[in-house]
Design a protein around this ligand. Structure first.
Ligand code: C5P
Length: 401
């Protein structure tokens, strides 16, 4: 959720400021770029050098920098616009009150007023300060402006007293923001099942029947779904691709039968399923237990049908939104529509092998999306990542309609 995001951390002057060293590390570990703005008093609790080393960016404290006799201005407007998320942690009673009242007497406050992005604040103070009506007033006011509070936690305070007021632990702050950002996404709360890649159907212990699918389309669909907030189960046949995303569970399988079983294990819990795998239609009727020896003359391998996973998901469908792929060479639209009906689908993605750059194996695709009401949308040739976005846009517009 935070990967690639620009996070502007505003540190104000409370003892919890020492924990921002851990906070910066966690944000960086989550894939974010971090810049730190701090108040003068915060620098008594944590060294700017520590935070600049950890964030790999200069830490800013003043409106104006003086270096080698020349003056430069720290542009709070640019900083505010740079941020995808602003987080004020710790947010002291003083800073909260100033934020609530529009006071702008330091760089942190000017940046807060300039920021257009979502703003989170993590209060930190002694328990009586936290309970005080004027603090409550600031907290309410700030939330009414659309800022999000990460509530203080209970425990031992720096004063030695026990109670509510400790800044939320850095791990909790990061988890809170991740969850909050996820909730706003179009596929949050959705469970998605995707099949990808080829299947390998064993002939003997060393040989198999397979195809040239790389799995790219399915992996791109999984990545996009996870970025849009879904929890994804990606069932992939043999491929060199890998994917690491906290919202994606990758299940590697080999044969059509393995893929069928993995899909059915998770299907009842699924909201949206997309079958993008190039599943083998036939498999050897028997698998030789020893490597087959070559002999004089020809050889015949008897084949039998593999289960049609998509068809079986269509038959077992309750409330799932089910999408298949169709790779066609002739009568494309008619064949795809027929498949959509036969397999009880909600949508089908048509690739025509007549289109250059479409189909599997390559990095691009050209698709037509057809839904169960025969609404048809044709797209230009695009990268598979862009195609994945288009497919999700079509699905989201239908599940939210
Ligand atoms: O009928 P056809 O194989 O052309 O349908 C293609 C669609 O069906 C794809 O979505 C593919 O993932 C899925 N499929 C499947 N199991 C099979 C064969 C195809 O899920 N055995």
């Amino acid at each position: 959720m935070l990967s690639g995001k620009n996070i502007l951390l505003g540190v104000s002057g409370g003892i919890a400021a020492y924990k921002t060293a851990f906070l910066v590390r966690l944000l960086i570990k989550a894939g974010a770029q971090v810049k730190v703005v701090m108040t003068q008093s915060a620098s008594s609790f944590v060294s700017p050098l520590t935070l600049s080393t950890l964030s790999k960016n200069p830490v800013l404290m003043d409106f104006v920098n003086e270096e080698d006799g020349s003056l430069s201005w720290n542009n709070h407007v640019e900083l505010g616009l740079w941020a995808d998320v602003m987080l004020i942690a710790p947010a002291t009673a003083n800073t909260l009150s100033k934020m609530a009242n529009g006071t702008c007497d330091n760089l942190l406050l000017a940046t807060y007023l300039s920021a257009k992005c979502p703003v989170y604040f993590a209060p930190a103070m002694d328990l009586d300060m936290y309970k005080h009506s004027s603090t409550k007033n600031s907290l309410d006011k700030l939330q009414s402006f659309g800022n999000t509070m990460i509530p203080a936690e209970s425990g031992e305070l720096a004063s030695g007293l026990h109670g509510e007021g400790r800044m939320a632990e850095p791990e909790h702050i990061v988890a809170f923001i991740q969850e909050d950002l996820r909730k706003g996404l179009p596929l949050s709360e959705k469970k998605v099942l995707i099949t990808a890649g080829p299947t390998h159907e064993a002939i003997d212990p060393v040989r198999f029947l397979g195809n040239r699918s790389t799995g790219t389309m399915g992996f791109e669909l999984a990545k996009k779904a996870a970025d849009l907030g879904a929890s994804v189960i990606l069932v992939s046949g043999p491929t060199h691709l890998n994917i690491e995303h906290y919202n994606i569970q990758l299940i590697r399988v080999t044969s059509a039968q393995d893929m069928y079983e993995a899909c059915h294990e998770h299907y009842s819990n699924t909201d949206i399923a997309i079958c993008a795998a190039a599943v083998a239609d036939y498999r050897p009727k028997t698998i030789a237990s020893e490597k087959l020896k070559k002999q004089e003359g020809d050889m015949k391998i008897e084949l039998e049908r593999t289960p049609d996973i998509l068809m079986s998901l269509g038959e077992a469908k309750k409330n799932q939104f089910l999408v298949g792929f169709a790779l066609e060479t002739q009568n494309e639209l008619e064949n795809a529509k027929g498949k959509l009906q036969r397999k009880h689908l909600d949508g089908i993605v048509l690739n025509s092998l007549k289109d250059d750059g479409a189909g599997f194996g390559g990095s691009t695709n050209k698709i037509t999306f057809i839904d169960k009401n025969s609404e048809i949308k044709t797209f230009d040739l695009k990268t598979k990542s862009e195609v994945a976005s288009d497919i999700w846009e079509e699905i989201i517009s239908r599940i939210h309609a």
